[in-house]
Design a protein. Structure first.
Length: 312
């Protein structure tokens, strides 16, 4: 794909990713690129902004309205003893009360986790089936999760897309079934390394999102948190740069506006996953369209608390 002048201005060094559509993210929010205020007002604003620590300056009012979200995906790790200890540590820790926290243990330990965890902490299954019941050996239904007080589910994780060959359509059907059954969904999308190197990042995430948009009504996006997890950054220690993450998140937000609704564009949370740690979370959390994280390996460690508290 040819990258126009406007793209080039908005692209950063290490992220040769085309932005969806023709405009840079700042233009997508209809924000002027320079303030339309008088000189004395500007002087006043700049004087006071020097007095306020940078971290407390809100990037934009929409971000303020979206509750920060941190998910812990335990994947196929842990047994009764270690999961009990992780949950008890979380219960005892001082967690940022403005952050929504959801942990996702393996299926066998969902009810144990729900019973042990502080009610403020949500619990998510790592998968669900798209059919309501019947002869589907090994699967778990939406109704069974809801009946066990499990209110969240992770759908479309790249490990299921890549290793278990789940298709965009199957993932979209599961998402619809989950939402119709009263669950909220952490909907995972992201490109492989080859796709990124072929400059296809936005094409891939758009294709994955379009499949879900075919199944969901505009209102049902209220129940979705989108997790952008570049496959090459998962479990590799290779975290996306803050610019790479922001760039794709901004494109996803633009897609929400164009393909779902203005409300979805303003309100749907877009979280980042892929080698998030206590070291890189603060910088990522500052980005305008990064509304939280989906954490794998570090969610099994005490460092998870620091990631939950990335903004304090
Ligand atoms: O896949 C992930 C969360 O769903 C990310 O895993 P890591 O944080 O271990 O890279």
């Amino acid at each position: 794909m040819r990258i126009g002048k406007r793209h080039r201005r908005c692209l950063v060094r290490q992220a040769p990713v085309p932005i969806l559509g023709t405009e840079c993210p700042s233009i997508l929010f209809n924000r002027p690129t320079f303030p339309l205020v008088s000189i004395p007002t500007l002087v006043f604003i700049s004087f006071f902004s020097f007095q306020i620590p940078k971290t407390s300056i809100p990037h934009n009012p929409f971000k303020m309205a979206r509750q920060f979200f941190v998910g812990g995906n335990f994947k196929m790790n842990g047994v009764k003893e270690s999961i009990t200890s992780i949950v008890k540590n979380l219960n005892a820790a001082k967690l940022d009360s403005t952050t929504e926290v959801v942990i996702s243990p393996p299926a066998l330990y969902l009810t144990l986790t729900r019973e042990l965890a502080d009610p403020k902490i949500g619990v998510a299954a790592q998968n669900v089936f798209d059919k309501p019941n019947g002869a589907f050996t090994g699967e778990i239904s939406v109704e069974q999760l809801a009946d066990s007080n499990i209110n969240w589910v992770v759908i479309g994780h790249s490990e299921r897309r890549v290793i278990l060959k789940e298709t965009d359509e199957f993932i979209a059907r599961k998402t619809k079934a989950a939402i119709e059954g009263g669950l909220s969904v952490i909907f995972c999308i992201g490109e492989t390394l080859e796709e990124r190197e072929a400059n296809k990042t936005i094409d891939v995430v758009t294709r994955q999102l379009n499949a879900a948009a075919k199944e969901l009504s505009k209102e049902q996006w209220d129940k979705v948190v989108i997790a952008y997890e570049p496959v090459w950054a998962i479990g590799t220690g290779k975290v996306a740069t803050t610019e790479q993450a922001q760039e794709v998140h901004a494109a996803i937000r633009q897609w929400l506006g164009a393909s779902v609704s203005a409300e979805a564009q303003a309100n749907v949370r877009i979280i980042y996953g892929g080698s998030v740690s206590e070291k890189n979370c603060r910088e990522l959390a500052q980005k305008e369209d990064v509304d939280g994280f989906l954490v794998g390996g570090a969610s099994l460690k005490p460092a998870f608390v620091d990631i939950i508290n990335a903004r304090i």
